[in-house]
Ligand binder design. Sequence first.
Ligand code: HEC
Length: 104
Amino acid sequence: MLGYRVTRLLITLALMSFASTAIAAGNPSAGKFKAISCQVCHGKDGRSTNPLYPRLAGQHAAYIEKQMHDFKAKRRIDPVMNEMAPSMSDRDIADIAAYFQSIK
Ligand code: HEC
């Protein structure tokens, strides 16, 4: 059956182009507000001083976005992040990632 595979491929391509649009559209100002809850663990502005919590300040947005989508899909396992990520939309993730990247 050609149809199923072609349809899957088209859906995958559509999702990929949607994802890259989201990356381009990340808004750091909106992200700053949305990232308030992250500071409890990842430190003020993502400048973590606790080795248990990775520093997010200055991290590449594309990397943060990938990790968040991996936590969401449980491709990456962490009890805390697997709880946090599913409630976040692609837009939230893109904005938060753009915000942390903007921190020097
Ligand atoms: C209750 C504590 C806690 C909160 C709140 C929290 N995180 Fe995390 N986060 C962690 C821990 C612990 C890890 C490390 C997981 C591991 O070791 O694999 C982590 C890892 C990450 C990573 C992967 C970093 C890397 O270098 O690979 C990202 C990205 C991330 N968190 C983003 C966020 C965002 C965005 C928020 C807010 C929406 C948030 N976290 C809120 C505890 C937290």
